[in-house]
Write a protein that binds this ligand. Structure first.
Ligand SMILES: [Zn+2]
Length: 318
């Protein structure tokens, strides 16, 4: 592979070299770009898989260090509170509602596990529709807040390899989690083992094929843009590599959504404006913002996120 010189110092933490695509194991990989760390000012190499179109950091930060950084980050839950009402509504509109419609089971009979649940917004939406809810997050401060401020959901500070709840689950979700994981195949295979045979898996990740990303590429700003986050995102997905990944790990995608996410921009504005507002004012504003979510529905492609709804492949059922 012909690799141009980096524009600055390569990141010294990037020691885990790949000679094949982490999504589909193809060795047909080519250099794509040098991308800048958001925090360190160092540079990471990005490669493109010619077979599945996955974009990945190579060499990357080893998995053990990544997990430690995620678990040890101790996000302040305060950051998520201003948009909580809106986030719950957004999760209900774009994840919980479509999932229950596709599953068709009676929600009050369904056990829902959310991996990387944060302060539990998605599970609050699932619970309000009747599901029995279970939440995992590596960050103890987020789980601590969720335990103190919500009822009815079982929460645990843990990762999937030390699952404290009994499987199987009828629905398993991971919202903005997969892009943080170096080796997505073992992660999805672990989910396969604990998902009910007629269950549903829902994965949402940032979309590399988004319209904003194409615009940023066009003006030559990609290496230092928000799309590039090599410290936290070893992989950048779009619909194509996701489809491949699901097929290779025994799942069958039944619906792929990539709304434009006008609502994402609205959330940022909301987040910026309302930290000092009272809870009733926040709820009122969230209700107004709900309407914006429907604009997303009108534009089916090029969204900032891509969501895959998948079930266990028939020939892969136990
Ligand atoms: Zn690939």
């Amino acid at each position: 592979m012909n690799i141009p010189q980096p524009p600055g110092t390569p990141d010294p933490r990037a020691t885990d070299s790949l000679d094949a695509c982490p999504v589909c194991s193809s060795q047909r990989i080519t250099f794509l770009l040098w991308g800048k760390s958001r925090y360190e000012g160092t540079w990471f190499r990005y490669d493109l898989c010619d077979d599945c179109e996955a974009i990945f950091v190579n060499p990357r930060i080893p998995e053990v260090n990544l997990t430690e950084a995620l678990g040890g980050r101790q996000h302040s839950y305060v950051k998520y509170l201003p948009t909580r009402e809106y986030d719950r509504y957004e999760a209900d509109l774009n994840l919980v509602g479509p999932t229950l419609k596709l599953h068709r089971g009676n929600p009050s009979n369904l056990r829902w596990l959310d991996i990387g649940c944060g302060i539990g917004n998605l599970l609050e939406a699932a619970k309000s529709r009747g599901c029995k809810c279970y939440g995992l997050d590596a960050d103890a401060s987020l789980i601590g807040w969720a335990k103190e401020n919500t009822t009815g959901t079982q929460f645990a500070t843990a990762t999937l390899d030390a699952l404290p709840f009994d499987p199987p689950f009828d629905i398993i979700s991971a919202d903005n989690v997969l892009e943080h994981i170096n080796n997505p195949q073992p992660f999805l295979m672990s989910i396969h083992e604990i998902l009910a045979q007629d269950g549903l898996l829902v994965i949402r990740v940032p979309n590399y094929n988004s319209l904003p990303r194409h615009l940023i590429s066009l003006v030559g700003r990609l290496p230092t843009s928000f799309v590039i986050d090599p410290d936290a995102h070893p992989l950048n997905y779009s619909a194509s590599p996701l489809r491949k990944l699901f097929e290779e790990t025994g799942f069958e995608p039944i619906r792929i959504m990539e709304h434009l996410m006008v609502s994402y921009g609205a959330r940022r504005i909301f987040n910026h404006l309302n930290p000092k507002w009272s809870i009733p004012t926040q709820r009122g504003a969230a209700k107004i913002l709900r309407g914006i979510g429907w604009i997303d529905r009108l534009i089916p492609k090029g969204g900032l996120n891509v969501t895959v709804f998948a079930r266990v492949r028939r020939d892969d059922r136990r």
